[in-house]
Design a protein around this ligand. Structure first.
Ligand code: LR7
Ligand code: MN
Length: 576
């Protein structure tokens, strides 16, 4: 920690040189009052609905923000420029042993300066973009439970070093009942030496990240709240493009591109700007490739804001008043999970906009597992949170969630009446509207005839994905009635689908596979005849059959012959 004790003085020595220019220009904002600044800017320009382009700013109010000169700290020898750390072989054993404590390589993290440099990884055009001279200030809220020292403070330092000081109101660290000594008084003493006002707030008992963030938000004095996880590194120019979007439209919730800090070497690896946020039937957040439709809307400009259906959840900026207008967070959610989809649906359905800003980059240490406890049990908590999302925002599409998660229906949802009242009060649109207008590429079908198990009349066995991946054969097994891998939707686009994948047959006779749904009919189009009880493949006119020959115990395509092995029922017998 040595170098950082000198933080304050080295900052002061620095501050009368390069920083002033930008500081002066933007410090006018608080004096004028944020409201009037915004009104001013908005009145000068009539906006269409689509503000994906920076030319909508009045040009005389634009300037190129210079990157923050770094606080002149002594940097270490390891990991500079975002490079990874190579460990000596003799360190391997201890590293492995300590990995579990944080689910990342703490030895590597501890070897790297809290103040390390990063490469400027932005696309070229991002570096010359201009942003308004008048922008709101932001408070950074970072919640943590038992975070490691070096990752937490490296997050803080990256904010200090790479945010224009005039935009940075304060940093709020919210300790969610950590049990590590150094996160107590030692942390408070340390933050008192930082060149930017930094406070430590504490939840009295373990509250989970959602309620911890609500505590942090309450203490925010800036005009915008920016949330970060406790193991991030903000890259050059990360903040200006986020705040600039909120200037144009205060109902825009903005996320940076989330780069990857390796959990093993702590190398900073740039992530693709061609992915956006989606979700699957289980209501897990997932990254998907940005579709052509959105690229067309952005005029193929990869630096233009990307309208994303959902956000990862940890890293975003939101106008503080809008955060509360929109219903902040669902306090009924515990520990971890679900709040990201909840906020995503709420933003879109209730009249806001959710964007990823490709010129803004922040790294995050992605972990395979959680290092901390989930009091009450992981699955119970995660299913509980997700059920609240489904119940409040997803209308009839909540069935996909319940069908896909065996056990979800036994989990207590709790009282959601306040959240439903919020939806009412804000006159939010339906989930159908969201699927049609914001996320037509979603794997939740808009219109479907049936959702449930598909049972063979002869064998009484059910189609089963067997958790197999795209490209593999679809399975058959004993009908367990619990949903999950035996849940299929028969859609009005003639698909038989399970989550991302569709039944697909490319040969006239033989096995039927699960292939990523393409929505173009072709090999994925089926017709169920409820009288004949057959499932016919459209292009080949062949029938789906449960073949029970020893070498092919599976669902196959065969000449239609009216036999019982080619008859199927689509009747749900599981309950949610
Ligand atoms: O009980 C808790 N109390 C906390 O304060 C549990 C967690 N936390 C803190 C924790 O210390 C961390 O700072 O909350 C933060 C997030 O928890 P992580 O880092 O263990 O989880 P994650 O990175 O897997 O979490 C992602 O999904 C979460 C769902 O609830 C949150 O939305 C996280 O903010 C989110 N992280 C990101 O979006 C970063 C990119 C990851 C992706 C995709
Ligand atoms: Mn995280």
């Amino acid at each position: 920690i040595g170098p950082n004790c000198k933080a304050k003085s080295s900052f002061e020595a620095n501050s009368d040189s390069g920083v002033n220019e930008q500081f002066d220009a933007a410090s006018a904002a608080p004096r004028m009052g944020w409201g009037s600044v915004q009104e001013n800017m908005l009145n000068r320009f009539k906006h269409g609905d689509d503000r994906s382009d920076d030319s909508t700013y009045p040009s005389h109010l634009l300037m190129r923000w210079k990157p923050m000169p770094p606080v002149r700290e002594k940097r270490g020898k390891h990991g500079e420029g975002g490079r990874g750390v190579t460990m000596k072989p003799e360190q391997e054993a201890i590293m492995k042993q300590k990995f579990k404590e944080n689910q990342f390589n703490i030895i590597a993290s501890d070897m790297i300066s809290l103040n390390r440099s990063l490469q400027d990884i932005r696309q070229g055009e991002c570096k010359s973009k201009k942003y308004p001279t008048l922008m709101p200030t932001t408070s950074i809220v970072i919640v943590f439970h038992n975070e490691a020292w070096s990752t937490l403070l490296r997050t803080v330092w990256s904010v200090i070093n790479r945010s224009p000081r005039s935009l940075l109101k304060e940093i709020l660290l919210v300790d969610d009942a950590s049990e590590r000594d150094f996160l107590g008084k030692k942390l408070e003493d340390y933050v008192a030496t930082l060149p930017v006002e930094t406070k430590v707030l504490r939840t009295e008992k373990r509250s989970g990240l959602i309620r911890a963030r609500l505590l942090g938000a309450k203490h925010v004095t800036g005009q915008v709240i920016t949330f970060l996880d406790a193991h991030c590194e903000c890259a050059d120019g990360w903040l200006e493009p986020l705040l600039a979007r909120i200037v144009l439209n205060r109902k825009t919730v903005v996320c940076p591109v989330i780069d990857v800090i390796s959990d093993d070497t702590f190398e900073y690896v740039t992530a693709s700007d061609m992915t956006w946020g989606g979700f699957n039937w289980k209501l897990n957040f997932r990254w998907y490739r940005v579709p052509q439709r959105e690229m067309t809307r952005r005029n193929q400009d990869r630096t233009a804001p990307l309208r994303t259906p959902t956000m990862a959840g940890g890293l975003f900026s939101i106008d503080k008043d809008y955060f509360y207008e929109l219903g902040s967070y669902d306090e009924g959610m515990d520990i971890w999970g679900g709040e990201n989809l909840e906020m995503s649906f709420r933003v879109w359905q209730c009249g806001g906009t959710l964007e990823i800003i490709p010129c803004s980059h922040v790294g995050h240490v992605f972990r395979d597992k959680s290092p901390y406890s989930f009091p009450g049990g992981v699955s119970k908590i995660v299913l509980h949170n997700a059920a609240r999302v489904a119940e409040v925002w997803m209308d009839e599409w909540r069935d996909f969630y319940y069908a896909m998660n065996p056990g979800a229906s036994n989990v207590e949802v709790g009282d959601v009446s306040e959240r439903l009242a919020l939806r009412e009060k804000l006159k939010c649109k339906s989930f159908r509207w969201y699927l049609e207008n914001i996320y037509p590429e979603s794997q939740m079908p808009l219109d479907y005839y049936y959702l449930g198990e598909i049972k063979n009349v002869d064998s009484q066995h059910c189609l089963d994905t067997m958790s197999r991946k795209s490209g593999e054969k679809v399975g058959m097994s004993y009908c367990h009635g619990l949903g999950g891998n035996q849940v299929f939707a028969y859609t009005k686009r003639s698909q038989i689908m399970s989550d991302d994948n569709c039944l697909d047959a490319s040969n006239i006779v033989g096995p039927v596979s699960l292939i990523r749904c393409h929505g173009l009919e072709g090999n994925q189009a089926w017709v169920y005849d409820s009288k004949e009880m057959t499932i016919k493949h459209k292009t080949t006119d062949q029938c789906l059959e449960h073949s029970m020959s020893a070498d092919q115990y599976a669902a196959i395509l065969n000449e239609c012959d009216g036999s019982r092995s080619q008859q199927w029922t689509m009747k749900s017998n599981f309950h949610w």
